[in-house]
Design a protein around this ligand. Sequence first.
Ligand SMILES: NC(=O)c1ccc[n+]([C@@H]2O[C@H](COP(=O)([O-])OP(=O)(O)OC[C@H]3O[C@@H](n4cnc5c(N)ncnc54)[C@H](OP(=O)(O)O)[C@@H]3O)[C@@H](O)[C@H]2O)c1
Length: 250
Amino acid sequence: MELDRLYHFALLAQFAFAAITFFSLLFITAPYGRFGRLGWGPSVKALYGWIIMETPAVAMIFLWFITSNYNLVSIVMIVIWQSHYLRRSYHYPFTMKGRNKPFPIMLVVFAIIFNCMNGFVNGYHVFHMRSFDVEWLRSWQFIGGVFLFYTGYTINVQSDNILSKLKRGGDGSYVIPFGGMFRYVSSPHYLGEIIEWIGWALLTWSWAGLAFAVYTIANLAPRALSHHKWYRDNFPDYPSQRKALVPFVW
Ligand SMILES: NC(=O)c1ccc[n+]([C@@H]2O[C@H](COP(=O)([O-])OP(=O)(O)OC[C@H]3O[C@@H](n4cnc5c(N)ncnc54)[C@H](OP(=O)(O)O)[C@@H]3O)[C@@H](O)[C@H]2O)c1
């Protein structure tokens, strides 16, 4: 019963977090990567920052899973979740171009809090509150959600890989990315990530999944806009038909 109350509280907090994040990021670009700057306190190497801040997302879901009466549906769901987070936590940080750059500890702490909260609400809902029977695997929500999730996953991984292979100048200067969905938008890795979590919301048919999808949009849409503006300001030959985040639209 206590956990139920905590779940509802955390769920509301997540929607509130999304609103605060969105409006803050419209005015302050998160200070890491190309937007890294002084004045945000001590930092760690980005490589360690990413591993530390993403690990709670792996661990929380795993804990909820092993303490549940798991069945085939919950096994499929944990495989879907971890297919994203194991890569993000333990593979991506070693391949990213900016892995030796400083990453503010403040952002690491913020991300740990978010990932604990998000892992709590999603894991609690999927593995404890709701019991999915095997018929769920044949529902339109599950099939459509899995399709969306892995479409987004493919776009996200492909775009991350393109960025990790870009040849920079000797001074570490940035270049214009080409190929894959970069043909249409400046931040296809964010587009892929957003599609993934909309897929998760659909396949779990849950407020917890919806809260995560909304938060991902709130976090990544303003940053996509900042990247887009930065490319346009810094590269006079930047492809003019390329949009910020949504192909042909925005
Ligand atoms: N679910 C969420 O809320 C959430 C939040 C944040 C990130 N993510 C995911 O995490 C991944 C990384 O996100 P991010 O915000 O770190 O992305 P990013 O700022 O675009 O940076 C990604 C990596 O690519 C390098 N890079 C980017 N543009 C480049 C260019 N034009 N030339 C050369 N190198 C370039 C960056 O180097 P520098 O570090 O040197 O700039 C960095 O190593 C994405 O897949 C994203 O979807 C998810």
